[in-house]
Design a protein around this ligand. Structure first.
Ligand SMILES: C[S@@+](CC[C@H](N)C(=O)[O-])C[C@H]1O[C@@H](n2cnc3c(N)ncnc32)[C@H](O)[C@@H]1O
Length: 222
């Protein structure tokens, strides 16, 4: 599918897929959205100093990059694992303006995470282990023991890719989360809230970034 580079309202890039009529991020601001949902309402909500993070949909690497930057700022050790079925190619990721727009001192890390081998863990100083799985969430086999403290569920919208939001798949992801672990997503649909709730999470609707009234966050309580 064709992918088109676009500028969002905060000046940061996103990618648009004309065939799906879907963007990777909010057109109101990609960095603004990622910072609000995944960093402020996810990473910075935990008091742990060692975190195991799962991201569904590595995409442009923006969430991974910001997670790295904040892990350094807040002195959190992170084990970051993400899944991506349709990786961007070098011509696409090398023009993304995230590292010039935010934390330029870590721009080499943005390149490093993109250039790292698929399915191999790399150790990035300080204390950030990173692994990209080139994999389809629908068939990916997670370890049986719950291993994640934090999940970023950042798939394309349910209306565009409904197979990524079935109860069965959301339960599969939910089962990878440790007790007290957190799941956060931009999608505030009732069906998604109920699926995570049925899977043991206490869910809350919280205000979203500009252009999005609410997002969902849940804590695993049983
Ligand atoms: C909303 S975008 C993610 C944006 C990304 N988190 C970022 O920071 O740029 C959704 C991502 O999910 C990926 N994706 C779509 N179907 C998938 C699947 N079955 N398994 C894994 N990833 C998938 C897409 O290729 C895309 O990169």
């Amino acid at each position: 599918m064709k992918r088109v580079l676009m500028i969002t309202e905060d000046g940061s890039h996103t990618i648009f897929i004309p065939e799906m009529d879907e963007h990777y991020h909010s057109v109101h601001g990609a960095i603004q959205e990622s910072l609000h949902i995944y960093i402020e309402q996810g990473l910075l909500q935990t008091t742990k100093t060692e975190l195991s993070v799962l991201e569904i949909g590595f995409g442009t690497g923006l969430n991974a990059y910001l997670s790295y930057c904040y892990s350094q700022k807040k002195n959190i050790s992170v084990n970051y694992i993400c899944l991506e079925k349709y990786p961007l190619n070098e011509a696409e990721y090398s023009v993304l303006n995230y590292p010039t727009a935010i934390f330029p001192e870590y721009s080499s890390i943005f390149n490093l995470i993109h250039k790292s081998e698929w399915n191999e863990t790399i150790e990035i100083p300080k204390n950030f282990n990173f692994k990209k799985n080139k994999a389809d969430l629908l068939t990916f086999q997670f370890d049986e023991t719950p291993q994640f403290d934090l999940v970023y569920y950042d798939a394309f919208a349910p209306g565009k890719q409904p197979e990524m939001w079935t109860d069965r798949l959301l339960h599969k992801v939910a089962s990878t989360v440790k007790p007290d672990g957190i799941i956060v997503t931009y999608c505030a649909k009732g069906a998604v809230r109920r699926a995570f709730s049925d899977a043991g999470f206490t869910m809350e609707r919280i205000p979203g970034p500009p252009g999005k009234k609410e997002i969902l966050r849940g804590k695993k309580t049983f």
